[in-house]
Design a protein around this ligand. Structure first.
Ligand SMILES: C[S@@+](CC[C@H](N)C(=O)[O-])C[C@H]1O[C@@H](n2cnc3c(N)ncnc32)[C@H](O)[C@@H]1O
Length: 243
């Protein structure tokens, strides 16, 4: 079938152009040193040969209970808090913004975490090399909303990424999404609920307004609330169907 015919536009438009920032204001010397000394130990590297896959279990000790992926972890405070609360889980965080990576490394040092690995780049390249059913949870929290219509193809949540998440999660696994942008909320819900392999775990009409207790606040959530915006929180179960 020629590209574009009968396929939603946002699937065929997926590309590997990253539109965010990789560097912000100059890092303090201590943070630069953390990047230089600690990142290589925690780095997730893509396989060097075409078509090779990366089994994420090889990144963690064999007794690790499960693997959770956080996409766009920002300053890393949510990821670090989850890693501390769940020491038997292996955490992979993906974030191309190096100031954020340095911040997560600082949290890992301060909390003495040994169950965190970092992919400091565009997550879509990582998703492509992970095998089916290798993840227990995926979180995408306050992803850039790209509110202008012409920028909607830049949104990380697309029909294609929802299909990737379904492929990568085990049955019973969980997808967590959050946003403070009502347009992006409708967009996310439309895409996640259009996929037959996910079930929205909302228990009542107000459910999405409440952040579950085992879901630490992120920096963007705090910023949104301070600016008077109501964040939304969604949990989806990966069903054993819809593949
Ligand atoms: C608005 S910030 C939210 C950060 C954090 N999750 C929070 O709630 O505080 C979105 C983050 O997603 C990251 N990001 C954007 N596109 C990404 C991609 N393709 N892969 C991984 N991270 C990405 C950005 O660099 C940015 O740090």
């Amino acid at each position: 079938m020629p590209p574009g015919k009968d396929i939603p536009k946002d699937i065929v438009q997926r590309d590997r152009v990253f539109y965010g920032r990789r560097r912000g204001r100059r890092l303090r010397a201590g943070m630069e040193a953390l990047l230089e000394e600690r990142l290589p130990e925690l780095l997730v590297e893509l396989p060097g040969t075409p078509d090779a896959m990366l089994d994420p279990r090889t990144l963690f000790p064999p007794e690790t209970r499960g693997i959770w992926l956080e996409i766009g972890f920002g300053g890393g405070e949510h990821l670090a808090a989850q890693a501390e609360a769940n020491p038997d889980v292996g955490f992979i965080g993906s974030e191309p913004f190096m100031n954020g990576v340095a911040s997560l490394l600082r949290h890992c040092e301060d909390r003495g975490l040994s169950n965190v690995r970092i992919y400091p780049d565009d997550v879509r390249d990582l998703l492509a090399v992970l095998p089916d059913g290798c993840l227990d949870r995926i979180a995408v929290l306050f992803a850039d909303p790209w509110p202008k219509k012409r920028h909607h193809p830049r949104r990380i949540i697309q029909h294609g990424t929802i299909a990737d998440f379904h492929r990568l999660l085990k049955p019973g696994g969980e997808l967590r999404l959050a946003t403070d942008d009502m347009g992006y909320l409708r967009w996310m819900l439309a895409r996640a609920t259009a996929h037959r392999g996910f079930r929205w775990l909302a228990r009542g009409p107000q459910d999405w307004r409440l952040r579950p207790e085992d879901w630490p606040e992120t920096r963007y959530e705090a910023k949104a609330r301070a600016q008077g915006r109501q964040p939304a929180f969604m949990r989806f179960e990966r069903l054993d169907t819809g593949g």
